[in-house]
Design a protein around this ligand. Structure first.
Ligand SMILES: C[S@@+](CC[C@H](N)C(=O)[O-])C[C@H]1O[C@@H](n2cnc3c(N)ncnc32)[C@H](O)[C@@H]1O
Length: 308
């Protein structure tokens, strides 16, 4: 193994269960009720204030899968919070299963924010849809031979359908899990891991790895393989996410824990920064880095160019 150590089978979400309505709460720069309720000095990310059905509600996470620093980084640092609106034990479709919450504008500029539970309000736009539109357009801009690492159901080829049909764009989807693969995608498939992928040097014009890097056994080895198979001048598009904080009813949370399944799951929940570090050791130039922030969804994006 050449990669940084990865712990086995990490959970990739944690639950916040609403437990108390705080009617009459005032969210205000001067007279915020968070001070009165000592929430401004809570110094923990395990409790948040959320606006649900126009009421201020306290929600708590009791997760043992993530420590305080990890929770703080995702929820208060990156401003990520979602509501599970599915009836499913696990989130399988980000478009329909969740709605995003964002840090309220009042909290963002509040001097107490570093220690406050802070308030999250429903997002007025879908940052996830914006990312998916960007990704679809990016793939549609490619020509030549493209490797899709961890293809799964390849939900991002819509804009490229004409090019694929005409042969201007050919995609090889790679995935070790035959059951995860979308066989009706009309593209070539290779069953196997990226770490063991033995293609000729410079045999792909571009490569993408969308929401798959956190599943790799050895990300460093995977990136080495990608540096080998992408042609000089070709691009590498990486998208991955942090663990997903989900507002769920107690019943939803209990059901999801009872039915939690294993399989090809996350081995880590890396932010983009360790990936940038690995890329810096390889013949790539990072052309765009979009970290996760309060005005993005739970995904980071890196676009790197294979150098000559
Ligand atoms: C969350 S899915 C993402 C699927 C698709 N790219 C998408 O964004 O919808 C992650 C995929 O990575 C695959 N995977 C797991 N380990 C892998 C590895 N070592 N090399 C390549 N793919 C891997 C999984 O089987 C799974 O299909």
């Amino acid at each position: 193994m050449t990669g940084l150590p990865a712990s086995r089978g990490k959970s990739n979400s944690f639950d916040y269960v609403p437990f108390k309505v705080i009617d009459g709460f005032v969210l205000d720069h001067q007279q915020c009720t968070a001070h009165e309720l000592c929430l401004s000095k809570a110094a923990t990310s395990r409790i948040v204030i959320v606006v649900l059905k126009r009421r201020f509600v306290l929600a708590r996470t009791n997760t043992g899968d993530f420590d305080e620093a990890e929770i703080r980084h995702v929820v208060h640092g990156c401003g990520q919070l979602y509501r599970d609106i599915s009836d499913k034990p696990s989130i399988t479709d980000f478009y329909t299963d969740v709605t995003q919450f964002v840090l309220s504008p009042t909290c963002r500029s509040c001097p107490s924010f570093p220690t406050c539970s802070a308030c999250y309000v429903p997002a007025s736009q879908s940052y996830f849809s914006q990312d998916e539109a960007w990704l679809q357009a990016k793939i549609a801009s490619f020509t030549g031979r493209v490797l899709d690492v961890g293809m799964g159901q390849v939900p991002y080829l819509v804009g490229a359908a004409d090019k694929i049909q005409s042969g201007t764009l050919s995609i090889l989807g790679l995935d070790p899990d035959p059951e995860a693969i979308g066989l009706d995608a009309g593209i070539q498939v290779h069953i196997g891991t990226i770490e063991a992928f033995d293609a000729a040097p410079a045999s792909f014009d571009h490569a993408i790895a969308i929401r798959s890097l956190n599943h790799f056994e050895d990300p460093a080895k995977a990136l080495e393989v990608l540096a080998k198979v992408i042609k000089p001048g070709g691009s590498l598009v990486l998208i991955e996410s942090l663990p997903l904080p989900l507002i769920r009813t107690k019943k939803q949370a209990d059901t999801s824990h009872e039915l939690a399944q294993g399989g090809f799951q996350h081995l880590r929940n890396w932010d983009s920064y360790p990936v940038l570090e690995l890329i810096s050791k390889l013949p790539f130039k990072v052309e765009w880095h979009r970290p996760i922030s309060p005005d993005t969804c739970d995904q980071w994006i890196i676009v790197a160019k294979r150098l000559d």
